[in-house]
Design a protein around this ligand. Structure first.
Ligand code: 5AD
Ligand code: SF4
Length: 459
């Protein structure tokens, strides 16, 4: 038998797969998939991986091995689009040397920026919007002689990818999309355009996927949806949480991102009632000014948001609350900005994702004149970031001396005696366990110190 050592990397991998593959003699194809943007994109990428792996494709991190290169893109802010275009440009350069390779663009930019992409990167062979990933196989089977590029775009209001599961996760934690699209029309947001109207996946299909994941060793799931608590199919969202709470082997349930309008008493009650639902609520506020919230078309006022926060705290006194904030929305005055800071003081969020407003062509806000310049916008964002850091440190310091449980994710690669884990509130903890342990295990710890944004626990 030939020793594989003398072969080059590609030949060696193909040789290995020829031995391993059930279709011996037929070398498998390799795909490279890069993902930008939100958790929904990460989830979609694992759906795409699942589809490709069913067709015999194998993943690779090495561009030079790939027969198929896919980039899953994000349009939520201009920066995300620029980064993906730069990546596509460098891949196109690589493709010119290997013309047999196929290059595909997936996700929100395929939907939103088709013309720009094809004009700037003519090497692109296919564009698939978020509702068309199940057509990937059919597209790949088409003979090369057919005209390129191929595109499948536009929202499909029936698409929930029912029956399709993501590629097997090697992690203890996995995402499960329960809803696609969004029916809100927040003035700054491109998502309703790129991902189409809201659809809820049937509970049976969700439960099948969760059981499948638990069977593969997953112990924590995060339910995903643009307005995840607006999910409603054959059950209410609260009852879905209760059903998931009965799944054997599932240790933790999270969800993101809920919309304040749907954070009802019954959702809070279900969270308090089901021990595996984690006391962490990531509830985007976007602004603390009622006038800006109205201009953003968020459908709640500052006072209503604060009432919902009190409701959450009443049912879940130990819950962590995190948020998203946008600085410098068109028309935002200095007073509005102060309202955002005072809102942050009132809630003391555990953490926030904070963004400078980025106009998205095609959204209602893109037609509004920007009333502050880039430097002022950045200065407001910096004030928000500084205040959030103070609150984050205060919140973490309040944990000092408390007993909690962390879900172990894995050892520190540089210091294998140290393990990373998360509290139910999603705080990151480092610990040096006294006994051998495994990822996915729940470990009781006492919080002993804080370094930056990381807590240190004693096992
Ligand atoms: N500019 C800045 N931030 C935005 N977000 C969505 N659209 C924009 C935009 N045009 C932020 C919101 C949302 C998060 C996912 O991204 O805060 O909650
Ligand atoms: Fe965008 Fe608003 Fe829908 Fe969230 S709720 S995805 S911010 S439109």
């Amino acid at each position: 038998m030939i020793e594989p050592q003398w072969m080059g990397p590609r030949v060696r991998t193909v040789y290995f797969w020829c031995l391993m593959s059930p279709t011996v003699g037929k070398p498998p194809k390799f795909y490279f998939l890069e993902t930008y943007g939100c958790q929904m994109n990460e989830y979609d990428s694992s759906l795409v991986s699942g589809l490709l792996e069913e067709r015999g494709y194998r993943p690779t991190q090495d561009l030079s091995l790939a027969d198929l290169i896919l980039v899953n893109t994000c349009s939520v802010r201009e920066k995300a689009e620029t980064t993906a275009l730069e990546k596509l440009r460098s891949i196109a350069h690589h493709k010119r040397r290997r013309p047999g390779v196929r290059l595909g663009v997936l996700g929100c930019m395929a939907e939103n920026k088709r013309e720009t992409i094809l004009e700037r990167i003519p090497e692109v062979d296919l564009l698939l919007g978020p509702d068309h990933y199940d057509r990937l196989g059919e597209v790949l089977d088409r003979p090369r002689s057919l005209a390129m590029p191929i595109s499948a775009l536009g929202p499909d209001r029936n698409q929930t990818y029912e029956g399709l599961f993501p590629s097997a996760s090697a992690n203890v934690s996995a995402f499960v999309a329960i809803q696609r699209g969004c029916d809100f029309k927040c003035a700054y947001c491109i998502v309703p355009t790129t991902r189409g109207p809201e659809r809820s996946r049937p509970s049976e299909d969700i439960l099948r996927e969760v059981h499948h994941l638990v069977g593969k060793g997953v112990v924590e799931i995060t339910l995903l949806g643009q307005t995840v608590n607006a999910w409603r199919a054959d059950l209410s969202f609260a009852d879905l949480l209760r059903r998931l709470g009965q799944v054997d082997g599932l240790k933790r349930i999270r969800f993101t991102s809920p919309h304040p309008r749907y954070f009802t008493e019954s959702v809070c009650q279900a969270m308090a009632e089901v021990p595996t639902v984690c006391p962490h609520v990531h509830m985007p506020v976007q602004s603390g000014s009622t006038a800006v919230l109205r201009a953003m078309r968020r459908q709640y006022t500052r006072d209503q948001y604060l009432t919902i926060v009190s409701r959450i705290r009443r049912h879940l006194p130990t819950a962590a609350i995190t948020t998203d904030i946008i600085a410098g929305f068109p028309g935002e005055t200095e007073l509005d900005h102060r309202d955002t800071l005072s809102m942050m003081d009132a809630v003391r969020f555990d953490a926030s994702f904070m963004f400078a407003y980025s106009p998205r062509p095609g959204t209602p806000a893109a037609d509004l004149p920007e009333t502050i310049d880039a430097a002022q916008k950045q200065a407001r964002l910096q004030e928000i970031i500084d205040l959030q850091m103070r609150h984050t440190f205060q919140r973490l310091d309040e944990q000092m001396g408390s007993n909690t449980e962390i879900l172990l994710e894995g050892p520190n690669r540089r210091e294998p005696k140290e393990w990373f884990g998360k509290t139910p509130q999603f705080h990151k903890v480092v610990v040096r366990p006294e006994h051998p342990c495994v990822a996915g295990q729940i470990l009781p710890v006492r919080i002993a110190a804080r370094r930056g944004q990381v807590l240190w626990g004693q096992a």
